[in-house]
Write a protein that binds this ligand. Structure first.
Ligand code: ZN
Length: 402
C-alpha cells in the first residue's frame, strides 16, 4: 500500500498495485487500465480510484482492472527512479527479464506488471482491452495515442478527441507497443497537464466511455455517459483529426536542451519557428506542422514531437489496402522479403528502401523499423492484430467504411 498525493486536488489516497478488480456478474470483455506508469502522473490513479470504487459489480459484464504502474516512483512523485518504465518493454528485454539476478527499481516494477498481464491473458478469453492513462508536462488538449492498426484506429475513433499514430516508430519500448505485439486493442490516453484538475476529470470521462463502448457496463447504466462524451469534446475543442508523427527531437546524454516557453501540444507552427535550444544552437521547425508533447520537465528524453494531420482519404485508402493485404505485393519487389513465416515483418534492402516511399509503408500498416547496416526491418501491426475477436463487438459496427 502506498499513499499518493495529487496537488491539484490537495488530496491523498492509499492504493495498491491493483487499485481495484471488479468481477462482473455476467460474462463479457476484460479491460485493464494502467495508471502512474510515470510516477509524477497521478491523475489516472485518482480517476481510476474514483470511478472503480463507485461501480456496482451487478452492473458489470466481464472484468475490470485498475492498476498502478511505477509504485516506487509514484511514492516519490518522480517520472522514474533509474529508468523510464515506459521505455523498457522490448521483446529482447522481456526475454531476459526473468533470468536477471540484479534488477533496478523499474525492472522490479516491470516483473510485477508483466506477471499480472500474463496472468490476466491466460485466465480469461476476452476480448481484451488495455488502456494506459498518462498526463504531460506541457499544456495540452486530451488526446489518444495508438500503434497504427485498424482495430486501434476503429476503437479510438469512438472518442471525441484527437488521435496521434506512429509514435512507436520513434520510441523504443513503450508498454502499449508490447501489448500491440500480442494483437489486442490498446490505447494511450493523455488527459491533460500533470497538475491540472481537468486531467483527472478527463481521465474519469475517458474511463466511463471505454466501459460503455465495450459494454463492460451497458451504456444506459452509466448515468452521465453523454455528459462525459460532451466534456471530452469540449476539452479537445472539437478536434477529432488523426495525426501522424513526422519528427522527434531526442535528447542525447549530456545534451543541454531547453524548450522555449509556452508551447502547447497541438499548437500550429510555421516552418522556421524557433522551438528550443540544444547545446547553444536554436532548433527550428523544418516544415509547417503541429507541436506535440514539448518537454517542460527535467526527466525525459523526448524533447518535442512534430505531427501532421492525415487526410481522411488516406485513412480510408489505407484501411482498404490493409483489408485486401496489399502488402503481399511488396514482397515480390526485388530487395524485399518476408522476415518470418508469420509474415508480420519485411526485410528491405537499404538500396531499395531509398526508392520506396515511407508513406507507402505506413499506408500498408508498416511501422516500427529497426536497422542494421544493409537492411531495414519493418513490422506490420495489421497482420498480428487479433481482429477476429473484436468483430462481433458492438463498437466495431459504429463506423462502416473500414
Ligand atoms: Zn506518461
Amino acid at each position: 500500500m502506498i499513499d499518493i498525493h495529487n496537488k491539484a486536488l490537495q488530496k491523498t489516497i492509499t492504493v495498491d498495485r491493483i487499485i481495484k478488480k471488479i468481477e462482473g456478474y455476467s460474462k463479457g470483455p476484460v479491460v485493464v487500465f494502467f495508471s502512474g506508469i510515470h510516477g509524477n502522473e497521478t491523475a489516472g490513479v485518482f480517476a481510476l480510484y474514483s470511478v472503480l470504487n463507485k461501480i456496482n459489480p451487478e452492473d458489470v459484464n466481464g472484468t475490470i482492472y485498475g492498476l498502478t504502474g511505477n509504485i516506487k516512483a509514484l511514492k516519490e512523485n518522480h517520472r522514474y527512479l533509474k529508468q523510464d518504465l515506459n521505455r523498457i518493454w522490448t521483446v529482447e528485454n522481456l526475454e531476459v527479464l526473468e533470468s536477471k539476478t540484479k534488477l533496478n527499481p523499474e525492472e522490479e516494477e516491470q516483473v510485477k506488471l508483466f506477471s499480472i498481464i500474463k496472468d490476466i491473458i491466460s485466465s480469461y478469453v476476452g476480448p481484451f482491452y488495455f488502456m494506459d492513462l498518462h498526463t504531460t508536462s506541457s499544456r495540452t488538449l486530451p488526446f489518444i495515442t495508438i500503434n497504427d492498426s485498424i482495430i486501434n484506429r476503429k476503437f479510438s475513433q469512438l472518442f471525441p478527441v484527437p488521435i496521434v499514430l506512429g509514435i512507436e516508430e520513434y520510441l523504443n519500448g513503450p508498454l502499449l507497443s508490447y501489448i500491440n505485439t500480442l494483437g489486442y486493442v490498446s490505447l494511450g490516453f493523455e488527459s491533460g497537464q500533470h497538475e491540472d484538475e481537468h486531467a483527472i476529470t478527463c481521465a474519469i470521462a475517458f474511463i466511463y466511455l471505454v466501459l460503455g463502448y465495450i459494454n463492460a457496463i451497458p451504456q444506459e447504466k452509466i448515468r452521465d455517459f453523454e455528459v462525459y462524451y460532451n466534456l471530452l469534446k469540449l476539452e479537445s475543442l472539437n478536434i477529432t483529426d488523426v495525426y501522424e508523427v513526422v519528427h522527434l527531437h531526442s535528447i542525447i546524454n549530456g545534451e543541454k536542451f531547453k524548450m522555449y516557453p509556452n508551447f502547447n501540444s497541438f499548437q500550429n507552427v510555421k516552418k522556421g519557428t524557433a522551438l528550443a535550444v540544444s547545446n547553444g544552437e536554436e532548433l527550428v521547425a523544418e516544415r509547417d506542422s503541429v507541436v506535440f508533447m514539448p518537454l517542460y520537465q527535467k526527466r525525459g528524453k523526448d524533447g518535442y514531437f512534430l505531427i501532421r494531420k492525415i487526410k481522411p482519404f488516406f485513412l480510408n485508402l489505407s484501411s482498404v489496402l490493409r483489408r485486401i493485404k496489399a502488402d503481399s505485393l511488396l514482397a515480390i519487389l526485388p530487395g524485399v522479403s518476408w522476415d518470418t513465416k508469420e509474415k508480420n515483418a519485411l526485410v528491405v534492402n537499404l538500396k531499395v528502401a531509398k526508392y520506396l516511399a515511407k508513406p507507402m509503408f505506413h499506408l500498408l500498416g508498416y511501422r516500427n523499423k529497426r536497422l542494421d547496416k544493409t537492411h531495414l526491418k519493418i513490422y506490420n501491426r495489421e497482420r498480428i492484430s487479433k481482429r477476429k475477436i473484436y468483430r462481433k463487438e458492438k463498437w466495431w459496427f459504429k463506423f462502416s467504411p473500414n
